[in-house]
Write a protein that binds this ligand. Structure first.
Ligand SMILES: [Zn+2]
Length: 153
């Protein structure tokens, strides 16, 4: 059996786009899924698909036909956003617009440093706030780097 595609009977590639996925615990879905879709959430491991063009956000690892789409979530999923304005840090509510504004005003951004400081103080709640169920800092760093390389207006 190909270990990259499956772990036991559990699927780890997205059933819709065949992209790589990451594991997310049900606590994340219980926090972020809209009430009308909540009764479909089970106590199982879910997988998160980050492919922008793919409609699936989560699917159950043990039953890939059970999936949750953007409309099933209370928040906007940064990875699925087609606009240039989207959340980058869910715990502390920073967006790409906040970073752009700082870069425009001061050519620098304090946001990654501020996020790091609050993480050190133990204020982050990534498991229940971030759709990936994990720390945003890697994504924030990548996005800030990209925004810094954007031509100035
Ligand atoms: Zn997908």
């Amino acid at each position: 059996m190909d270990a990259i595609v499956t772990i036991g009977a559990e699927s780890v590639v997205c059933p819709s786009c065949s992209g790589k996925t990451i594991g997310v615990e049900s606590i994340t879905l219980k926090s972020l899924v809209v009430p009308r879709s909540l009764e479909r959430v089970r106590d199982t491991t879910y997988r998160y698909c980050s492919t922008k063009s793919c409609a699936i956000v989560y699917f159950a690892a043990d039953d890939p036909t059970q999936s949750f789409l953007c409309d099933d979530l209370k928040i906007r999923v940064a990875d699925k956003e087609t606009s240039e304005s989207f959340p980058i840090c869910y715990c502390f509510d920073w967006t790409t617009d906040d970073v752009r504004r700082e870069l425009r005003d001061t050519s620098e951004t304090t946001i990654p440093g501020r996020i790091e400081r609050l993480i050190r103080l133990g204020f982050c709640r990534c498991e229940t706030m971030n759709p990936k169920g994990r720390c945003c800092l890697g994504d924030v760093t990548r996005t800030v780097k990209r925004l810094k390389s954007e031509p100035a207006e």
